[in-house]
Design a protein around this ligand. Structure first.
Ligand SMILES: [Zn+2]
Length: 255
């Protein structure tokens, strides 16, 4: 039994969502975390989670949307996060590759959300692309010492893993781990404690081998887990069991 710790099911229409959940469950995937991109979709995401066993969401504002942050959004987010199906703050972070929002705005909106996560004793789901230095500096701030994050689809490299693993953060592995040229994703594995590993699809992006180029879906987290188990030289059943336990330890509301 596997949990897909990062799947954007909000990109599917209602009928497709039911179909992709059925296909995933048929392969033993029984838990799903949907990270929000913007606050305007939060109410609909919560409604969807209420009607589906094993489906939870993270609520927050993605760095691409950071420029949309308005006065009062912090209070709105705090209120939304009171819902029991909201298990984390996110998806939040920094993306200096696309720079869809100005960098200083991304950093400010990230900081506000991380402070809220600390206040509410919730974990945060972190997006990071081409922003390793700024992200490490942010996560090492003393006022965020109690914060625990899911560094989703981690591709930050050995040095970043070494800087953040001692702080208790979790590392999500996606279909990238199956890509032939993604040695940078695989080479961090020896430095990550086994009790800090998560598996995810990042649906609808990053479909694993042999589905590359297709739209990704949670059923394919099986291929991600198989490859991760092979890299770590552990049986798939053991990897499934440990990543599930890790998920429930991090996202305590989903336990
Ligand atoms: Zn995402």
């Amino acid at each position: 039994m596997l949990i897909d710790s990062h799947c954007h099911l909000q990109h599917f229409d209602a009928e497709e969502r039911v179909a992709v959940l059925d296909r995933a469950r048929a392969r033993g995937v029984t838990g799903f975390l949907i990270p929000a991109i913007r606050l305007s979709e939060a109410a609909e995401l919560l409604r969807f989670c209420e009607g589906e066993p094993g489906v939870w969401c993270a609520l927050g504002v993605h760095p691409h949307e950071a420029a949309s942050w308005r006065e009062g959004d912090e209070d709105r987010l705090r209120a939304l996060l009171a819902h029991p199906r909201a298990v984390a703050v996110g998806e939040c972070g920094l993306d200096f590759y696309y720079d869809h929002s100005p960098r200083e705005v991304q950093e400010r909106v990230l900081e506000l959300q991380l402070r809220l996560a600390v206040e509410l004793h919730l974990p945060a789901v972190i997006h990071n692309r081409d922003s390793n230095d700024a992200m490490v500096a942010m996560l090492l701030r003393p006022e965020l010492e109690r914060l625990v994050c899911d560094l989703h689809s981690f591709a930050g490299g050995v040095e970043m893993a070494r800087a953040l693993a001692p702080r208790g953060h979790y590392f999500g592995f996606s279909g990238m781990i199956t890509f032939p040229r993604a040695d940078n994703v695989r080479e961090v594995l020896p430095g990550i404690p086994p009790d800090r590993l998560l598996v995810e699809t990042d649906t609808p992006y990053l479909a694993p081998v042999p589905y590359r180029g297709r739209r990704n879906e949670p059923a394919f987290v099986v291929e991600v887990a198989e490859r991760l188990a092979r890299e770590l030289a552990v049986p798939l059943e053991e990897l499934a069991q440990s990543t599930r336990a890790n998920f429930q330890r991090l996202f305590t509301r989903a336990a």
